[in-house]
Ligand binder design. Structure first.
Ligand SMILES: [Fe+2]
Ligand SMILES: [Fe+2]
Length: 356
């Protein structure tokens, strides 16, 4: 039986045929923007399928987490300093809307371009997880009786958050409006730039000051419910980022003509710009040191994770900073354990597969 896939059956109408799909003929981007029946099997990209299974194994809902102690702490006027309240609100202000940026980009950009079925299976799972993350911040804001318009409008009022969101949004041009042509080098580079801006920068760098700041409260048994939820989000995000980097590297391997030195230099510059934006955000969150944290430490951490992202993209390291927060690796890497903040017993099945 012939195994070759006729391109026409992947690009538009369905064709009646006894020809079977072969894994060898699958590509991450076959034709782009296919709205067709997708055959999930035979699976070619086993990593995509395994990330999907990992995401399902880590399923959680924010409403499973008690906010009682957080509410008591937040309502106690002497429990937090003004600087600490500022940090918490800034972290919630960024996350509350950045999650929707990521979800929108999956649905409006990536899903249309990437027509491989096993990658799409993961993208559907990830889109749901982004909805859960947005739900989380709605749940936190409601539980703590915060001014919801103050938190959810922060991206339009705070310069540092606005600039981070702008950075991500600037990489959707030509992708959402579908003017890019993925069969050209320039079109593919634009799409790869979009994937880097969301998977590597937004989910892999822009979220990390917030993770460190919020989890530092958790290490002191403060805001335990919020921190438990942030811990689950961090776990989800590390899978999102790993999937995204694998996706980017596979697209490059399948289309090596787009991976030219000029484009690599361009991406390095973009990531360095993102590090600057994240450091400005960290400085604004943390004008004075709190919780044993200060700006130089956060900057070192941001540079350290940026180097790790660059290496996974097969690009040169830029900073050679060391990790000032080794405890962050423990939060991410633990396999099966009591919850890091000891609020409940939780079984994770996939920690060992996570690299962040
Ligand atoms: Fe998310
Ligand atoms: Fe994500």
């Amino acid at each position: 039986m012939p195994e070759e896939v006729n391109k026409s059956e992947c690009s538009g109408g369905i064709r009646m045929t006894r020809e079977r799909v072969s894994a060898d003929n699958k590509k991450v981007i076959l034709n782009g923007r296919t709205v067709d029946v997708n055959q999930l099997v035979p699976i070619k990209y086993k990593w995509a399928w395994h990330y999907y299974l990992d995401g399902c194994a880590n399923h959680w809902m924010p409403t499973e987490v008690s906010m009682q102690r957080d509410i008591e702490q937040w309502k106690n006027p002497s429990f937090f300093t003004e600087d600490e309240r500022h940090v918490i609100k800034r972290v919630l202000g960024f996350f509350s809307t950045a999650e929707t940026l990521v979800g929108n980009n999956i649905v409006l950009s990536i899903y249309k371009m990437v027509d491989n079925p096993e990658c799409r299976q993961y993208l559907l799972r990830q889109a749901f997880e982004e909805a859960i993350h947005s739900h989380t911040f709605q749940y936190i804001v409601e539980s703590l009786s915060l001014d919801e318009s103050e938190i959810f409008n922060m991206y339009r009022e705070n310069k540092e958050i606005y600039e981070k969101d702008e950075f991500s949004m600037s990489c959707t041009d030509g992708i959402i409006d579908e003017s890019v042509d993925l069969s050209t080098k320039e079109g593919l580079q634009k799409f790869i730039n979009n994937l880097v801006a969301f998977y590597v920068v937004t989910e892999g760098i822009f979220f990390y000051s917030g993770f460190v700041l919020m989890l530092s409260f958790g290490r002191q048994n403060r805001m335990p419910g919020v921190c438990e939820q942030i811990q689950y989000i961090l776990r989800d995000e590390s899978i999102h980022m790993n999937f995204g980097i694998e996706l980017i590297n596979t697209i490059i391997d399948e289309n090596p003509y787009c991976w030219i030195p000029e484009f690599q230099d361009f991406l390095v510059k973009r990531i360095k710009k993102a590090v600057e934006l994240e450091c400005s955000y960290a400085q604004e969150c943390l004008p004075r040191g709190v919780l044993g944290l200060n700006l130089p430490l956060l900057k070192e951490y941001i540079e350290y994770i940026a180097d790790r992202r660059l290496e996974k993209l097969r690009l040169p390291r830029q900073y050679n900073s060391s990790n000032p927060f080794p405890w962050m690796s423990e939060v991410i890497d633990l396999k099966k354990e009591k919850n890091f903040f000891e609020t409940r017993v939780t079984e994770y099945q996939t920690g060992g597969t996570l690299e962040w």
